[in-house]
Design a protein around this ligand. Structure first.
Ligand code: BDR
Ligand code: CA
Length: 320
C-alpha cells in the first residue's frame, strides 16, 4: 500500500525533480501539492507547480493550492541566483509555461487548509513532505495542532547539523528564510524527519548521460526533465562546477529508501535571531525542555541514492 503524501514546495529546480521522483514512485500517493514562497515569489512558484503537474501528468487528479506569500514574521528572501529568475533554470521561454502561468492565476489560496484537511481526512496517516521554507506547514500546525498530530510524519529538506550552511556559514536556505516556521514544526510534537545539507551535499548529478537519457525518452516529461537538468548543470545552478545538487529529491529518498540513510535522533531548535546565527539548526541540550527528537539524516549511501533517483526519473510513470 502506498503512503499518502502532501508535497509543500517552492519550485525550484530540485523541487521539480523531487516532485517528478514522488510521482514516479508507486510507494507514494501524492494527494496534494501546496506552494510556498521561497526560491521564487508565490505567484511564480505556483505557476511552476501547475506547469510541472501538467508536464508530469499524474494519472489521478492532484489538488493544487497556494499558500503563504511571505514568512511568518519576516520579509521574503528568494534564490533566483540559484534557480534562475523563473525558478526553473530559464525554461520558461516555453509557450506551455506561459499558458500555465495564466491558468494558475486562479489557483485557490488555501494551502494551509489543504494540508490540515488532507491530514485530517485520510484514514491512513499522511506524510507531509516539506521542500521549501516551512511557513505553510507551521501555519497548519498553528491552525490545528491536534489534526496535524494525525500526520505520519513531516519530512523536511532543510537545516545543516555539522555541514557548512549554503546562505550563511551556519544556515541552510529553507531554515534561513523562515526560521520561526522551522522552529514551530520542530516543536510540533509531530514526528519530523530532517534531511539536512550534511546529506544533500553528497548527492550530485554531475554527468551529462543523465540529461541525455531523459531527453531521449519519447515524451514531453523526459524532454522537460532532461532539459531542466542540462540547463541547471550548464548554468551551474544549485551546485558548483557543473554539479546539480539533489537537495529536495533527497528528502523524498528518505521515505523511499530509508535503509540508505544513516539517521540520528536529535531534539532540534532553529535560531530565530537576526545575527550571524539566523536560521542555524542545532541539537538542543537535554535541559531545553521536552521537545520531541527529530530523526536527522547524517549520512547517506550517496552513489546508490543518486542512481536510484535517476532510474526512477528515467522510468517515470507511477500510479500518480
Ligand atoms: C533548499 O533551498 C532551495 O533553494 C532548494 O530548493 C532546497 O529546498 C536547499 O538549501
Ligand atoms: Ca525547495
Amino acid at each position: 500500500m502506498s503512503i499518502p503524501v502532501v508535497i509543500d514546495t517552492d519550485p525550484g529546480v530540485d523541487d521539480a525533480l523531487a516532485l517528478a521522483l514522488a510521482l514516479a514512485s508507486p510507494e507514494l500517493s501524492v494527494r496534494a501539492v501546496t506552494t510556498v514562497a521561497g526560491n521564487v515569489d508565490l505567484t511564480t512558484g505556483t505557476a511552476n507547480a501547475g506547469y510541472l503537474l501538467r508536464i508530469l501528468a499524474p494519472s489521478t487528479a492532484i489538488r493544487l493550492a497556494q499558500g503563504c506569500a511571505k514568512p511568518l514574521a519576516r520579509e521574503l528572501v528568494t534564490a533566483e541566483e540559484v534557480h534562475g529568475s523563473d525558478g526553473l533554470a530559464g525554461i520558461t521561454g516555453h509557450e506551455r509555461w506561459r499558458r500555465s502561468r495564466a491558468e494558475t492565476r486562479d489557483i485557490p489560496a488555501d494551502a494551509v487548509d489543504a494540508i490540515v484537511e488532507e491530514v485530517e481526512a485520510s484514514p491512513e496517516p499522511v506524510t507531509v513532505i516539506a521542500l521549501g521554507p516551512l511557513t505553510n506547514v507551521a501555519a497548519a500546525v498553528r491552525r490545528d495542532p491536534a489534526a496535524m498530530r494525525r500526520a505520519g510524519a513531516i519530512v523536511v529538506m532543510g537545516g545543516s547539523l555539522h555541514a557548512r550552511g549554503n546562505v550563511t556559514p551556519h544556515a541552510e536556505f529553507n531554515f534561513y528564510v523562515d526560521p520561526e516556521a522551522a522552529d514551530v514544526v520542530l516543536a510540533s510534537g509531530v514526528p519530523v524527519v530532517v534531511t539536512p545539507l550534511d546529506v544533500t551535499h553528497q548527492l550530485a548529478v554531475s554527468d551529462e548521460t543523465v540529461e541525455s537519457r531523459l531527453a531521449s525518452l519519447a515524451d514531453s516529461r523526459g524532454a522537460f526533465l532532461g532539459e531542466l537538468i542540462r540547463r541547471a548543470r550548464a548554468e551551474q545552478f544549485t551546485g558548483r562546477g557543473g554539479k546539480l545538487l539533489l537537495h529536495d529529491p533527497a528528502a523524498v529518498g528518505t521515505l523511499l529508501w530509508p535503509e540508505l540513510f544513516t539517521m540520528e535522533s536529535h531534539p532540534l531548535t532553529v535560531d530565530g535571531g537576526d545575527g550571524d546565527l539566523r536560521g542555524a539548526m542545532r541539537s538542543a541540550a537535554v535541559d531545553e525542555g521536552s521537545r520531541m527528537a527529530a530523526q536527522v539524516a547524517v549520512d547517506v549511501a550517496a552513489d546508490a541514492v543518486v542512481s536510484r533517483i535517476v532510474e526512477r526519473l528515467v522510468a517515470g510513470g507511477g500510479p500518480g
